[in-house]
Design a protein around this ligand. Structure first.
Ligand code: F6R
Length: 241
C-alpha cells in the first residue's frame, strides 16, 4: 500500500480530487465507489467546484456507494442516499439512474444485497473506490471479524461505530443497529482504492494499519494486499507512525 502524506485536510481533499479527476479523464465511463461520513466531504466539495468551473462531467460516470443504514428511507436526512444527494449528486450532472446505493428500506434485505452485488458486477466492478477509516479499522461497515471474501451483506453495527456516528442523530437510540454494506471481497475487487484518513483521533488506527499485521480483526489491514491501494493521510493522522 502506497502512502501519500499531506499537510492537512484541505490538501487531502485536493489530492483525492486530483485522483478522481484523473480516473474520470482516463475513461469515458468510469465506475466510482463512494463513501459517506465526515472525511470525503471536502473531496465532494472540490469535485463540485471542478464541475462548476466546467472542468469535468459526471454524465458518463456510474457510482456505487459502500453502504446504507437499514430502515432509513432515502428521504430521511440521516440516510446515506440523502447525504450523497446533499453533498454531491444534486450539484453535478450525474444522472439519477447511474447513482447507486443499497436500499436500506428494502423489504427483502438479503435480495437487496444480492441485487446490489449483481449491479456492481454488471458495471464491470469499481474502477476507483474511495474509503474512509473507522476507529476500529472498519471499511464500509465491515466491522472487525468480517471475512475477507465477504460480498454485500447485512451487518450488525458495533457499539463503537454507533457511538462514533451518533453525532449525526438526535439521540443514541435513533442510530440504526444494522446496515447494508459492500463486503470486503467486493471492495478488494476495485481496480484502485484510495483510503482517506485525517486527524489525530485516527492516529492509533493508522498506526495499526501501517505497522500491524493483516488480520480480520482490523478489516482495513487487508488493503495491504491490494495491488493498487493508496493511503492518503494528513500529518495528524500519521503522527504515530
Ligand atoms: C461511510 C463508511 C465508513 C466511514 C468511516 C469513517 O460510507 O463506509 O466506513 O468511512 O466510518 O467515517 P468518518 O469519515 O466520518 O470518520
Amino acid at each position: 500500500m502506497n502512502i501519500i502524506r499531506v499537510k492537512d485536510y484541505d490538501e487531502l481533499s485536493e489530492k483525492a480530487c486530483e485522483l478522481l479527476v484523473n480516473e474520470m479523464e482516463k475513461s469515458d465511463s468510469s465506475v466510482l465507489g463512494l463513501a459517506t461520513g465526515s472525511t470525503p466531504e471536502g473531496l465532494y466539495q472540490k469535485l463540485i467546484d471542478e464541475y462548476k468551473k466546467g472542468n469535468l462531467s459526471f454524465s458518463n460516470v456510474t457510482t456505487f456507494n459502500l453502504d446504507e443504514y437499514v430502515g432509513l428511507a432515502a428521504s430521511d436526512p440521516n440516510s446515506y442516499r440523502y447525504y450523497m444527494n446533499e453533498k454531491l449528486f444534486s450539484h453535478v450532472d450525474l444522472p439519477d439512474e447511474q447513482a447507486f446505493l443499497p436500499n436500506g428500506a428494502a423489504e427483502d434485505l438479503e435480495k437487496e444485497c444480492r441485487d446490489y452485488e449483481a449491479l456492481i458486477k454488471d458495471a464491470g466492478y469499481v474502477d476507483l473506490q474511495v474509503l474512509g477509516l473507522g476507529l476500529n479499522g472498519h471499511i464500509g461497515f465491515n466491522e472487525p471479524g468480517t471475512p475477507v471474501d465477504s460480498r454485500t451483506h447485512v451487518v450488525e453495527l458495533d457499539e463503537s461505530t454507533r457511538k462514533a456516528n451518533a453525532r449525526f442523530f438526535k439521540s443514541m437510540d435513533d442510530v440504526p443497529k444494522k446496515a447494508l454494506t459492500m463486503g470486503i471481497g467486493t471492495i478488494m475487487e476495485s481496480r484502485q482504492i484510495i483510503l482517506l484518513v485525517s486527524g489525530e483521533k485516527k492516529a492509533d488506527a493508522v498506526k495499526r494499519l501501517v505497522n500491524g499485521m493483516v488480520s480480520e480483526e482490523f478489516p482495513a489491514s487487508i488493503l495491504q494486499k491490494h495491488e493498487n491501494a493508496i493511503l492518503i493521510a494528513d500529518e495528524a493522522a500519521l503522527s504515530k507512525v
